[in-house]
Design a protein around this ligand. Structure first.
Ligand SMILES: C[S@@+](CC[C@H](N)C(=O)[O-])C[C@H]1O[C@@H](n2cnc3c(N)ncnc32)[C@H](O)[C@@H]1O
Length: 252
């Protein structure tokens, strides 16, 4: 078996055969989270780009946000199931490319801008991932990356009340068990920011996103009001890295 055909041991979440769109987004009450992601992407992505890639983009959930800004938009993902769905949804408006994040099939300095949303929790080696993203960007290129934050208030509460032994204040990567899909990871903002800087990135802007991700809050306030509050909170709470999703606008 050639080196490139060998199954990688680093893939931790295989979405082949899984209907992520239906099960995770449509059958669950996640309208607020979806709108919060869209708001952040709109705020951080340049208004016009030539060559754009949605890294680990799944079925292209956020494609409506970047297609109008990009000359060429490519959805990159490991799962052929996700990519086939993306093609079905967006046809000629997008290109798709399959591969593994740890060996991105894009030339050095070939991409003007990229996003990577809701993917870091699957990646065990974020330094390698960050180095790959840096490699494919052109000088001056922009990466908008969402990071799963380990230092949130609910996680602090669980730690203080003894319900979890994961210390949200330590920079160590939090390894969590997912019911069916093995492990997933949460990161301390300071840890991840060091990684980005080590790759060579400059951190241009930070947003705190999905600040009110809670079934109770959705019940009390309703999605519409939470989205209104989210608009202010994304910038206001960014300095304390409050939310479960921290968005970074990185520049090469
Ligand atoms: C939670 S989904 C996020 C999809 C999309 N970014 C969104 O926000 O809806 C995570 C995606 O990461 C992809 N993925 C997981 N491991 C990967 C790897 N090693 N290389 C490329 N993609 C990977 C999965 O196939 C899946 O589509």
């Amino acid at each position: 078996m050639s080196e490139s055909k060998k199954p990688t041991t680093e893939v931790v979440a295989d979405y082949n055969g899984y209907d992520y769109k239906k099960i995770f987004w449509e059958d669950a009450d996640r309208k607020y989270e979806d709108l919060a992601d869209r708001m952040a992407v709109r705020r951080l992505l340049p208004s016009q780009v030539d060559n754009f890639v949605d890294i680990a983009g799944g079925y292209g959930r956020l494609a409506d946000e970047y297609i109008p800004r990009a000359k060429t938009a490519t959805v990159f993902d490991y799962s052929k199931t996700e990519l086939a769905q993306a093609k079905e949804l967006y046809g000629d408006k997008i290109k798709t490319k399959a591969g593994d994040i740890y060996k991105l099939p894009f030339d050095d300095a070939s991409v003007d801008a990229l996003i990577m949303v809701r993917a870091t929790h699957h990646f065990k080696d974020m330094q390698k991932v960050s180095d790959q993203l840096y490699r494919i960007l052109k000088p001056g290129g922009v990466a908008v990356i969402e990071v799963a934050n380990k230092k949130t208030l609910p996680k602090m509460m669980r730690y203080w009340t003894g319900k979890s032994d994961i210390n949200p204040f330590s920079r160590e990567v939090a390894r969590l068990k997912e019911l069916n899909a093995g492990e997933f990871y949460n990161y301390h903002p300071k840890y991840i920011e060091e990684i980005f800087k080590r790759s060579g990135f400059q951190i241009d802007e930070v947003l705190s996103v999905s600040n009110f991700r809670s079934a109770k809050l959705k019940q009390i306030f309703g999605t519409k009001n939470l989205v209104k509050m989210e608009k202010t909170a994304q910038k206001l709470l960014a300095p304390i890295r409050f939310a479960p999703s921290i968005y970074y606008k990185l520049v090469k």
